[in-house]
Structures are given as structure tokens and as C-alpha cells.
Design a protein around this ligand. Structure first.
Ligand code: PA5
Length: 468
């Protein structure tokens, strides 16, 4: 094994390996056959990167784009009190993950001074009428900027919400004023949003052609909402660049993305452990787990050639969990349920200054042992205890540790998972960049709603006997 890094994010995989984990993977395989598998996955990935297919690798170095984002965020973005991002899937989850991690969950509840006069941020992904109407009911159209985010520029959920938002601003301010309250983030050349931006002179940021939704968090998709609220996006990108370099290393045991991809792929395909749980012990990282869930699922859950004219479905099932909350919920299942899971914990080394738990009841031993510790120390102890408890039951787990929750560490973490995902795609023999499985549902929806070019589908009528 290579020496752990002196700074930055650390990945500890001992609890996946023998002798630490009984029945764990033999570490010698990391120097032989798993190294070979990794080498070919890395080669496939490098080839695709060099062919210009994997633009996310280059985002940390796209200084011009980051500069344009910063300029818009510092200028235009600061005219508003509320910024509403409309985007779904990869066009929403990255912004949510960054906002929760770097602004904190209570951002919108803070007063102007506590927010340093940066705007409040709302990311609306699901087209649930209750959510959008409730939000609009609380906002003043004169003070809102809508950042409409859609790579394709045609996603039904996002476009429907855009149309409602547009009419709401027009009703409030008049048609002429309305367009000044929109900023689009979309494909640089194609799609309805791009055409509208050009036709109506609405500012529009590009999502590079070779960057797909779930790999776009470090493009203007994630950067603009973060920058508009004062996040240091240069530090975010520097962190991502640091990790991108660490993940170029050809020695498997020194490559954190390689180790994640190889060990999780082997857990699924070689050890019958297809459920991959991401469990951060920090509320601010809860949404990173949801972002990872989409990345891992939509990239790796695919139909693959099974030989002899057949196809097989492959891919792991990610599960976003949260420590310590799920120690009182899912952990029972992780400990004693089917042995089909790997738990990836995420801890934080430095949680900042916090008060010590006071000794209000010195005569009550079941309370007083907590005194003198911090809540952060409690969470850390629970993480370590959970990892050890799982290990003692022969349940594989690994721990990622962030030095602290800041822009640089987030950049490292997000890049780590993205590189691990494309390497895992190569190991599974699938294309991690596409999502053909979601098309049929979209086409049926278009048909049901009467979109031009899509026939009304005949849905299976069901059977009243089976409706209870
Ligand atoms: O990861 C993906 O490609 C998808 O989840 C998309 O982000 C999602 O479907 C939204 O697409 P669009 O950005 O085109 O609106």
C-alpha cells in the first residue's frame, strides 16, 4: 500500500481487506489481477478522455468559464434577494449538494447581514405544484432571479416550471421586465433554451458539449448557484484539480478513485454485495450522498451484451444514508440483514469550534459521561464505533475522511466520485455517460401530454380485480 496523503481527503479501506475483515478481499489481489483490471479500466478511461468524451476531467482547469461565472455571480446575481434554480437530476443535485455543504442548511433562514448580503438560494427540482406554488407565494418577482438549468434545454419537468415562473414574473412586472429575471445554463449551441436566450437576449452560461448532467457539478451548472452565494469556486476547482491529479496514478493502491471503483465493483460482482451505501456523518454532506446516489446509479445501472445474442442488466444499487441518524434506522439492516452491502462512511476531521457538552446532572452516569465532549466528538466516535461493529460482524466498510467541510475538500470529494464512476463503468463494461433506460418513460410522458411527434401511447389497461 502507498503512504496516506499528508493533507487532503483520506480513504481507509482496511475494513474491506483481510486480515482486518474476516472473509474480506485478499490484499495480494490488489497487486496482481485487480491491478490488471484497473490498468485496463484506466486505459479505456484515458482513451475516452483523450477523444474528448469526458469533459468533466477538464472542468477544474476551465478558467475562462469560471471567470465568466464569477463575473455574472458578482454583478447581475447580486441584484436579487432570491435566486431560484430550476433543474432536475444532474442539473439540480450538484447545486443542492454544494449549497448544503458550503452554505449550511440554515442559509435561507439567516438575515441579510448573516448572509453577507448574498441572496437566498432555492433549488426546485421536482415539479410538485405544492413546492413551486408555495415558494412563489413567498417571493417578490421584482427581487428574484431564476437560473433555469437544462443541458438539453427540453426536460419536461424543468421547462414546465420555467413556463410557470416566466408567467409569474410577467404577471408581476410586465413582459418587458420579465426577461431580466432569467439566466439560463444550457448546451452551448443546441436546444430550446439556447434559442430562447439568443432570441431574447437572456444571459446564458454553457454546459460543455462533452459534459453530461450528472458530471456537471463543476461546470456552470453547480458553479453559478454556489458563486452567487459567495462560495469560493476557485478553491472548489483547485480541490477538484488536486484530486484529478491523484487519480491519474497508475498504481492501483495509490489511486483513491481506482481503489473505490475496483473494490466496489469486486464487492458487487465477486462477493455478492451490490448495495453500496454512502453514509456521511455530517448533515452538511447529506445531499452529497444523494448526488452520489444518482451518479452511481444512472451511470452504472445498464443493460450489457451478455453474449450469444442476449443482454444482461448490471450495476450496483447505491443508497444514501446519514450518520448518526440511520444508526437508529438502517444500521440494524446493515449489521444483521442480508450480507449484500458495503458501507462507505464519510467523516470530517475538523468540525470547527463548538461548545463542550455541559455536566448538568453529575449524579446521572448515563448522561454525565457525555460531559466535556463535543457533539462533533460524539459523531466521530459513532462513526468509528459503527465501522468497528460492522467489521466485527464481517460486514465490509471503508471510511473517507475530509480534513474539514470547505470548498477545497468538497472539490476533492466530488472529483473523486466522478473519476471512480467512469472507472467503474469501464470495469462493468458499460458506458457510464449515457442513460438509454430513461428514454421510454420520457417518450410515453410526451405522448400522454400531446407533444408534437409523439403518438398517444396505449398503456396497458390493468385489471380492476387487482386494484384494491
Ligand atoms: O445525468 C443526467 O444526464 C440526467 O440526470 C440529467 O441531468 C437530467 O435528466 C436533466 O437533464 P437536462 O439537464 O437536459 O434537463
Amino acid at each position: 500500500m502507498a503512504d496516506p496523503p499528508e493533507t487532503g481527503l483520506r480513504l481507509d479501506v482496511a475494513n474491506l481487506l483481510r486480515p482486518h475483515l474476516e472473509g474480506g478481499l485478499d490484499p495480494e489481489r490488489l497487486d496482481s489481477e485487480l491491478q490488471d483490471r484497473f490498468t485496463s479500466a484506466l486505459e479505456i478511461t484515458i482513451r475516452r478522455r483523450e477523444a474528448g468524451e469526458m469533459g468533466f476531467f477538464d472542468l477544474p482547469y476551465a478558467r475562462d468559464t469560471a471567470g465568466r461565472v464569477q463575473e455574472l455571480a458578482d454583478g447581475f446575481g447580486q441584484w436579487f434577494e432570491d435566486v431560484v434554480v430550476l433543474g432536475i437530476g444532474g442539473s439540480g443535485l450538484g447545486a443542492i449538494a454544494l449549497a448544503h455543504a458550503l452554505l449550511g442548511p440554515g442559509w435561507n433562514a439567516r438575515d441579510d447581514e448573516a448572509r453577507d448580503h448574498y441572496p437566498r438560494l432555492h433549488v426546485v427540482d421536482n415539479p410538485d405544484p405544492a413546492t413551486l406554488h408555495d415558494l412563489l407565494g413567498r417571493l417578490d418577482p421584482a427581487r428574484v432571479l431564476f437560473n433555469v438549468v437544462s443541458k438539453s434545454g427540453s426536460t419536461a419537468e424543468t421547462m414546465a416550471q420555467y413556463l410557470l415562473a416566466r408567467r409569474w414574473v410577467e404577471d408581476g412586472l410586465g413582459e418587458d421586465q420579465a426577461r431580466g429575471h432569467f439566466l439560463f445554463t444550457t448546451d452551448p449551441a443546441r436546444g430550446a433554451l439556447r434559442r430562447l436566450a439568443e432570441g431574447e437576449d437572456i444571459p446564458a452560461l454553457p454546459v460543455p458539449e462533452n459534459v453530461g448532467g450528472r458530471f456537471s457539478v463543476l461546470s456552470p451548472v453547480g458553479l453559478l448557484p454556489a458563486a452567487v452565494c459567495g462560495v469560493d469556486i476557485a478553491a472548489l476547482l483547485e480541490g477538484a484539480a488536486r484530486m484529478e491529479e491523484r487519480c491519474r496514478v497508475e498504481d492501483l493502491t495509490a489511486n483513491p478513485a481506482g481503489m473505490l471503483a475496483v473494490l466496489l465493483h469486486e464487492a458487487d460482482t465477486g462477493q455478492g454485495r451490490p448495495i453500496h451505501v454512502l453514509m456521511p456523518y455530517a448533515d452538511r454532506l447529506r445531499s452529497v450522498a444523494l448526488w452520489f446516489q444518482q451518479l452511481w446509479a444512472e451511470s452504472l445501472g445498464k443493460r450489457r451484451d451478455g453474449g450469444g445474442g442476449t443482454t444482461v442488466g448490471v450495476g450496483p444499487t447505491p443508497l444514501a444514508s446519514s450518520g448518526a441518524v440511520d444508526q437508529h434506522s438502517l444500521m440494524q439492516l446493515f449489521m444483521e440483514g442480508p450480507a449484500d452491502k458495503v458501507v462507505l462512511f464519510v467523516g470530517v476531521e475538523d468540525r470547527g469550534e463548538e461548545p463542550l457538552i455541559p455536566d448538568c446532572h453529575p449524579g446521572v452516569p448515563s448522561l454525565s459521561y457525555l460531559a466535556g465532549h463535543t457533539l462533533g466528538a460524539l459523531l466521530d466516535a459513532e462513526l468509528r464505533a459503527s465501522a468497528e461493529a460492522l467489521r466485527r460482524r464481517g460486514r465490509p466498510n471503508a471510511t473517507l475522511t475530509l480534513p474539514r467541510i470547505d470548498a477545497g475538500s468538497l472539490g476533492e470529494l466530488l472529483m473523486l466520485f466522478q473519476v471512480a464512476t467512469v472507472l467503474a463503468g469501464a470495469l462493468y463494461g458499460v458506458d457510464p455517460l449515457d442513460q438509454p433506460g430513461v428514454e421510454l418513460g420520457k417518450e410515453l410522458t410526451y405522448g400522454l401530454l400531446g407533444r408534437e411527434g409523439f403518438d398517444a401511447p396505449s398503456l396497458d389497461p390493468g385489471d380492476p380485480r387487482w386494484v384494491l
